[in-house]
Design a protein around this ligand. Structure first.
Ligand SMILES: NC(=O)c1ccc[n+]([C@@H]2O[C@H](COP(=O)([O-])OP(=O)(O)OC[C@H]3O[C@@H](n4cnc5c(N)ncnc54)[C@H](OP(=O)(O)O)[C@@H]3O)[C@@H](O)[C@H]2O)c1
Length: 252
């Protein structure tokens, strides 16, 4: 039980990769805060499936809203007295093809996607790091994407948000190391979740799976295993790393 007595926040922990990460940490003895946005039923289902050894809770909060996230971190501190690990996972992807959308939609999409995928993570990183500084350190793992590297012609805000997130993690790995706070990211390729479902089950689904020599998309559990490793004791020298979890579908 590698995470016994550890307090782990998972943003977007109600479904997909976040849900698998919440289960993986709980299985290792952690107390997990499952953050969700709108889908309370999914959050409650996730909570019900966690190893009961830890003291878990669900917490509703829009990860793009700085006031709400500040309240969430304050609440976690008041209940548990610390945050050992923050998994910054909540994210959205919106298609906004430059040749098809009007200018208002273009701008709205950039604001929305950067809000959830970059500005929100920057704020959560600030708040959790400041809490971790008071308790002697911690680990922060962000869920980035292969899209940060390979270009996302149909979802340019998504690709840019993840490239920004990588840069944020690397900057913070340097800034926070003196405080024993270690920051890293995973960069998944296609993973079987609600977010990817419309692509994986669409007309291009087989081509997507064939991008990997494994001829399949990844599972949320495979990403969760990578997250678990980066957040583990003994992984400190991986700070600043961005770990590909893409089934050899893309090399950078
Ligand atoms: N699936 C892939 O192929 C893939 C590939 C590369 C990277 N990723 C990244 O992996 C992360 C998780 O993706 P996923 O595929 O697991 O997505 P998902 O199945 O759509 O789940 C998204 C999770 O994020 C939460 N969420 C969304 N917006 C939020 C907000 N504003 N505030 C708080 N929570 C919010 C959702 O909460 P509700 O349940 O309340 O809606 C849900 O728990 C994302 O950052 C995504 O970019 C995914």
């Amino acid at each position: 039980m590698k995470f016994i007595n550890k307090v782990v926040l998972v943003t977007g922990g109600s479904r997909g990769i976040g849900k698998a990460a919440a289960a993986a940490f709980a299985a290792e003895g952690a107390s997990v805060i499952v953050n969700y946005h709108t889908n309370k039923t999914a959050a409650e289902e996730t909570l019900a499936q966690l190893n009961p050894a830890g003291k878990h809770m669900i917490y509703q909060c829009d990860a793009a809203d700085s006031a709400e996230t500040e309240k969430m971190i304050g609440h976690i501190n008041s209940v548990y007295g610390k945050i050992d690990v923050a998994i910054i996972n909540a994210g959205i992807a919106i298609t906004h093809k430059i040749a098809e959308v009007d200018f208002n939609t273009w701008q709205d999409t950039w604001a929305k996607v950067l809000g959830v995928n970059l500005i929100g993570p920057a704020n959560i990183m600030y708040l959790t790091a400041r809490a971790m500084m008071k308790t002697g350190g911690g680990k922060i793992v962000a869920v980035s994407s292969r899209g940060a590297y390979r270009g996302e012609p149909d979802e340019p805000a998504y690709g840019a948000s993840k490239a920004g997130l990588n840069s944020l993690c690397q900057s913070m790995a340097k800034a926070l190391a003196p405080y024993k706070i270690y920051v890293s990211a995973v960069a998944p390729g296609w993973i079987v979740t609600d977010l990817a479902e419309r692509y994986l089950n669409g007309p291009g689904g087989e081509d997507i799976k064939n991008q990997s020599p494994l001829k399949r998309a990844g599972t949320p559990e495979e990403v969760a295993n990578a997250i678990l490793y980066l957040a583990s004791d003994g992984s400190e020298y991986t700070t600043g790393a961005i770990l590909d979890v893409n089934g050899a579908s893309y090399f950078r």
